[in-house]
Design a protein around this ligand. Structure first.
Ligand code: IPE
Ligand code: IPE
Ligand code: MG
Length: 244
């Protein structure tokens, strides 16, 4: 598939808004490092470089929304040292990248709980979101202290209507005006969701790759989009040209 065809795939109109929603479970940093005799934290550092490459590739290809799983609510179970290093890197990423994202029209949002993050990190998140709020080329959503189950429970608790919410009302409460996930990628070879975007991925196409996250970049994103481009999405119906 030629680059221009890939751009057409990425720009596909699905949930409204023109352009795909791609979500990535960025897995394999620890194994990448261990296989090289390096500390796991070095894998995360290289993972941050992969984030920069992938965001830029997504923007160039015309992806509309990119949601990256950076830290799950279950990742608090890791050793303190690893958790602190991840939080430090996240802070550094926001401080360093927000200006460049603003210049490139990339809007940053952070999803997940904020009450367990440090106040310094919370302020940096608010600053990055404010500085990039006008971006329209790519919506970059970073999931930190994120649990899909928790976010569903919270949305349920926030419902104030007198009637049972419709799917559309519930989806808006849960994710705002963000469209459903079209393509969900997981690196690192595991084939599970690990509590990521459970509602929003109801009809997502799944793409699993053995590539470890620190090695991921534009060619891998292109391969995933190529794979997506030949899938037939049916949403429960039968293929358009099939006779009954
Ligand atoms: C993903 O890589 C990054 C986070 C979960 C923060 P891992 O740290 O899970 O790497 P592996 O799966 O142990 O290789
Ligand atoms: C999922 O990866 C979370 C992130 C990529 C941030 P994990 O490595 O935490 O998932 P499990 O434990 O293998 O399911
Ligand atoms: Mg992992």
């Amino acid at each position: 598939m030629a680059k221009s065809d890939l751009r057409q795939v990425a720009a596909r109109e699905t949930g409204g808004g023109g352009g795909l929603h791609v979500a990535i479970i960025m897995d394999g940093n620890g194994r990448w490092a261990t296989a090289r005799g390096l500390p796991r934290i070095e894998g995360h550092r290289r993972g941050a470089a992969a984030v920069r490459r992938t965001v830029e590739a997504a923007r160039r290809l015309g992806v509309r929304t990119l949601t990256l799983y950076a830290f799950s609510s279950d990742n608090w179970r890791r050793p303190d040292e690893e958790v602190s290093a991840l939080m430090r890197m996240f802070l550094e990423y926001l401080r360093k990248e927000a200006d460049e994202c603003a210049a490139k029209g990339i809007r940053i949002s952070v999803i997940g709980r904020r009450d367990r993050l440090s106040s310094v990190l919370r302020r940096a998140i608010e600053q990055a979101e404010a500085d990039t709020a006008r971006g329209t080329s790519l919506h970059l959503r970073i999931a930190v202290d994120y649990s899909a189950r928790d976010s569903i429970v919270r949305a349920f608790g926030a419902w104030k209507g007198q009637h049972e919410p419709t799917r559309e009302e519930f989806a808006r409460l849960l994710a705002g005006p963000v469209p459903d996930v079209d393509l969900l990628i997981r690196t690192g070879g595991e084939q599970r969701l690990s509590d990521f975007l459970l509602w929003e991925s109801a009809y997502a196409e799944l793409h699993f790759t053995r590539a470890m996250w620190p090695d991921f970049g534009q060619p891998d994103l292109e391969a995933a989009l190529r794979d997506f481009g030949v899938r037939e999405r049916r949403f429960g119906a039968i293929p358009a040209a099939t006779a009954v």
